[in-house]
Ligand binder design. Sequence first.
Ligand SMILES: Nc1ncnc2c1ncn2[C@@H]1O[C@H](COP(=O)(O)OP(=O)(O)O)[C@@H](O)[C@H]1O
Ligand SMILES: [Mg+2]
Length: 244
Amino acid sequence: MFYMLLDYYSSVSALYFYFVKPRKSIWSQQLKSIPGGLLFSFEGPDKAGKSTQLRLLAASLRQCGYQVHETREPGGTRLGEELRSLLLQFKQEDISPEAELLLFGASRAQLMRQLILPAMRQGAIVLCDRFIDSTSAYQGEARGLSQEFIEAMHQFTLQGKMPDRSFFLDLDVKRSFARLRQLKPELLDDDRFEAENEAFHQRVREGFLKLAAKQPGRIKTFDASLPKSELAARILQEVRNVIG
Ligand SMILES: Nc1ncnc2c1ncn2[C@@H]1O[C@H](COP(=O)(O)OP(=O)(O)O)[C@@H](O)[C@H]1O
Ligand SMILES: [Mg+2]
């Protein structure tokens, strides 16, 4: 749950996710439609640039005339945002890893049924800030929960679908911490931050790297230390390859 902490401090974006985003569908008739829609996720450690790249890609795709939905995990629905703030209220020692995993799963199940699948049926491109690979890396690899169970949970919550591409922004732990220190020095004194040590984040990174090695067709790895514009161009190229 560490990775949610920063967004919580930096935004009151839940309202935006409920009320501003859905209005975009009003214009869907005039926009280019992709049969069956597309789903892209952004994955990686804290401060890798996921939210930045998601926004840049959304802007590029909208400029090209596509219908784009931006969402995030956990969250994106009323239930999901409630679960997100609930997860944030608990210190690590007060929530079991199993309970945490299932809450992430509940948020995803709701997001899939309420937002992602309907948007895809309308021919939209859905961009999700964190998704299944974060669960596999954080709860599976780093917390040591059963990867088999987590994979079954992905099948169950996604109703058999998978993201068309997942963009893994790979940043080493030192760089991730350096960006974090620059942005939120006060977080370094936070108990939860202190509790999540470097070794944990190393395991998270290894988790992402293993997933990317296992599923090279879906998961595309990018060096997150590249300049933002260079990353954006590479990601857009990958999306162009998918759209054709
Ligand atoms: N490619 C990059 N190079 C340097 N700094 C970046 C890059 N991408 C993002 N940042 C900066 O790093 C911080 C975290 O970016 P953000 O997109 O919020 O990351 P995330 O969503 O992965 O936590 C922001 O201050 C952002 O401006
Ligand atoms: Mg972010």
